[in-house]
Design a protein. Structure first.
Length: 267
C-alpha cells in the first residue's frame, strides 16, 4: 500500500492541473479587452454629428417698411432677413384694381428679385410701373433702416466712441435723428418747384415735389421728370443730380429747392 502512494499523488496533481486549465479557458472570453471595447466604438459611430450646428449669425427675422402712398395706391414692403442679409422681399401692399392689377403683377416680382440681388434700395424702376417702383423703393429703404437700427451696436456703452462728449456726441445725435424739411420755392419759366425731403441717419430717406409745373404740356413733363428726380435725390444724397432730358427748367428748379432743404437739414 505504501508503494501506491506516490502514484496516487501524481494522479491527483494531474487531475487538478487539467481542471485549472479548463477553468481558465472558460473565463478567457469574458476578460478579453478587444471584446469589451467593441460596443463602445459602435456607440461612438452612432453619435457622430450629421449636419453640425447652425451659425449664430444665421438667425431669421422679418421687418416691414413704411406704407408708402403713390398716385395709384399704397406700396409696403416686408423683408425676411437671415445672417444680416435680405433673404426674401415681398410687397404686402401694392396698387390694385383695373390696369393696376396688370402693372403690379408685372412689376412686383421683378422688384422683389432686384431687392434681394442688390441688398439695398438702389434698384431700377420697372418700365411702365414708375409710381409703383418708386413707392416700393421708399418702403424698402425704410425697412432697411429698421433692419440696421435693430442690429447690435459695434461699441460698448463704456467705450469712448459710444459715450463721447461735446461736439462729437452732438454730431452723433444729429445724424441719428429723423427730420422732414421743405426747401424754398424755386421759380421756373413754367411754374414753381418746391421739394420736401425726409432725412434719417444723416441720409435722404425720401424726396418728393410738393410743387411742380402743371397745365398743358407741363403735366406730362412733370409726370416724367419728378419721379426720376426724387429717385436721384435719394440715391445721390445731395443736390448734385442730373437734369432729366426734356425737363431742364423743372430739373434746375428741383435742384435749387433740394439744396435749400439740405441746408436746412444741416447739409
Amino acid at each position: 500500500m505504501r508503494k501506491n502512494h506516490p502514484v496516487r499523488r501524481v494522479v491527483l496533481a494531474t487531475a487538478a492541473t487539467v481542471s485549472g486549465v479548463v477553468l481558465l479557458l472558460s473565463l478567457k472570453p469574458a476578460s478579453d479587452p478587444t471584446a469589451a471595447a467593441a460596443p463602445q466604438q459602435t456607440a461612438g459611430a452612432q453619435q457622430s454629428p450629421q449636419g453640425g450646428t447652425r451659425p449664430a449669425g444665421a438667425a431669421t427675422g422679418t421687418v416691414t417698411g413704411d406704407a408708402t402712398p403713390t398716385q395709384y395706391g399704397t406700396v409696403q414692403v416686408r423683408l425676411t432677413v437671415a445672417g444680416g442679409k435680405i433673404a426674401r422681399a415681398e410687397a404686402v401692399q401694392a396698387p390694385k384694381g383695373g390696369l393696376s392689377d396688370q402693372k403690379t403683377a408685372m412689376a412686383v416680382p421683378k422688384l422683389n428679385q432686384e431687392a434681394v440681388a442688390a441688398q439695398s434700395a438702389r434698384i431700377d424702376a420697372v418700365s411702365g410701373a414708375t409710381y409703383t417702383s418708386n413707392g416700393y423703393k421708399k418702403s424698402l429703404q425704410s425697412a432697411l433702416d429698421r433692419m440696421k437700427s435693430a442690429a447690435p451696436p459695434t461699441h460698448s456703452a463704456s467705450s469712448p466712441a459710444a459715450s463721447g462728449s461735446g461736439s462729437g456726441a452732438g454730431a452723433g445725435a444729429a445724424q441719428a435723428r429723423t427730420v422732414t424739411v421743405t426747401g424754398k420755392v424755386a421759380q421756373t419759366p413754367y411754374g414753381p418747384v418746391q421739394v420736401r425731403i425726409t432725412v434719417s441717419g444723416g441720409k435722404i430717406a425720401q424726396a418728393s415735389a410738393v410743387q411742380a409745373p402743371k397745365g398743358g404740356l407741363s403735366d406730362q413733363k412733370t409726370a416724367m421728370a419728378v419721379p426720376k428726380l426724387n429717385q436721384e435725390a435719394v440715391t445721390a444724397g445731395t443736390a448734385h443730380i442730373d437734369a432729366v432730358s426734356g425737363a431742364t427748367y423743372t430739373s434746375t428748379g428741383y435742384r435749387q429747392s433740394l439744396q435749400s432743404a439740405l441746408d436746412q437739414a444741416g447739409g
